[in-house]
Design a protein around this ligand. Structure first.
Ligand code: FEO
Length: 405
């Protein structure tokens, strides 16, 4: 591939990772891209690098525009290794370059590399780097999603290089949203945005809202948003910003995600009448078996739905291991604005359903109690009770959802 000009004298010089399916434990069925950007001006500036095993591709892309030795400034918006682990390769080619980075970024980078021979300039929100015709404004965005995170705004190009924010894990030949949508659909692009947000950014909704408000207050004119993953937003950059605000505000579909696992099928048998009860109240359901579904997909489906029902067998008085894993993962993502309940089966001693409710309360979610449990295999009478439980849960979900309409 070659560099692609995204604005006058601003080039995408990244790499496409068609084959990655496990991104630090997050399943990426569509691969991803590592985007970085080269600004050709009196001082040549590179914004971010790429994952270490793609450095040769990115350097070739840079070479298609300029000799990398001429890079004067290297901006590191975020030190996570998918964007920063080629710094040593770039600095090897441009040893006189100055690295622009946040204070926390510098401290972190010192843990990954021997930085003693590199020149640094620590920057904070409001600092500007003039490269000639272009002025680059730095905006710190701590905890969106690493402590050192920041964005770079190229004023004269009206371009926001947004680091991970507004990104998507999509390996695609399309570099821009309009190119992607022409060959596919906004639905697929939106799904990739939700997938990314739910698995990476869910805990930071309020910070994201505050940062978007801060950027709006600064009055920055933005007609393109270039994230570090996936396609660049040039057709409707405001669309993805609005989507982020909606997600931060807790927008979700009136839908129940039934997320379960099963040992000897009893909990699985319970899902069907429960699902039918929910459906008969006019609410859509998404049923997800954890052992058959990647964690990141289960998290996304949870996030898309206003409500979640967890189904878990009891094993040794606690939740089934895959369910416990899901709940721990979910708790770390600090979900909000969702209502939850639980059901399950047990043999000689229960405990899992109670534990699931305790876990949801610990997360601070609204809970609809009581749950329902059956001993060994659900009988015909149990199935009727499950159906009634589904209907009753759905009524509570409808009531709760009104708060967000
Ligand atoms: Fe894409 Fe936070 O790294």
């Amino acid at each position: 591939m070659k560099a692609i000009e995204i604005k006058k004298d601003v080039f995408w010089v990244g790499a496409i990772d068609w084959g990655v399916r496990d991104f630090h434990g997050y399943v990426t069925p569509n691969g991803t891209t590592y985007n970085n950007y080269l600004i050709i001006d009196e001082q040549i500036t590179l914004v971010d690098t790429v994952k270490h095993n793609f450095h040769e591709i990115a350097i070739d892309n840079i070479k298609s525009v300029v000799n990398p030795a001429k890079i004067a400034n290297l901006i590191i918006n975020h030190i996570e290794p998918d964007h920063a682990s080629s710094i040593d390769k770039i600095m090897g080619l441009a040893p006189d370059a100055t690295i622009y980075i946040s204070e926390r970024g510098k401290k972190g980078l010192d843990r990954y590399f021997d930085t003693s021979k590199w020149k640094f300039k620590i920057v904070k929100t409001g600092d500007i780097l003039n490269t000639g015709r272009y002025s680059l404004l730095f905006l710190e965005t701590p905890m969106i999603h690493w402590p050192d995170s920041m964005m770079t705004y190229v004023k004269e190009a009206r371009l926001l290089i947004s680091q991970d924010a507004f990104g998507q894990h999509l390996a695609t030949s399309a570099r821009f949203d309009d190119e992607f949508v022409e060959c596919s659909s906004y639905a697929e692009l939106d799904d990739a945005v939700i997938d990314y947000y739910s698995n990476i950014l869910m805990p930071f909704g309020q910070l994201i809202k505050a940062k978007i408000a801060e950027i709006e207050k600064l009055g920055l004119e933005i007609d393109m948003i270039a994230p570090d993953h996936g396609v660049i937003w040039r057709r409707e950059p405001k669309r993805v910003v609005k989507k982020y605000i909606d997600m931060a505000d807790g927008k979700a579909s009136l839908r129940v995600a039934i997320i379960y696992d099963t040992m000897w099928y009893s909990t699985e048998y319970m899902t069907l009448p429960i699902m039918q009860g929910i459906r008969d109240e006019g609410i859509d359901c998404k049923v997800i078996k954890l052992r058959a579904t990647p964690m990141s997909v289960a998290i996304k489906e949870f996030w898309k739905s206003r409500a979640c029902l967890i189904g878990t067998p009891t094993l040794n008085n606690v939740m089934f291991p895959t369910v416990a894993e899901f709940m721990t993962h979910l708790r770390g993502l600090r979900p909000k604005n969702r209502i939850a309940g639980a059901f399950g089966s047990y043999g000689w001693g229960g405990g899992a359903v109670k534990e699931a409710y305790e876990e949801f309360k610990r997360m601070g979610l609204e809970v609809a109690e009581p749950g329902i449990q059956v001993i060994y295999r659900p009988s015909a009478e149990d199935e009727k009770q499950c159906y009634a439980f589904g209907r009753s849960f759905a009524k509570k979900v409808k009531e709760y959802h009104k708060k967000f309409e």
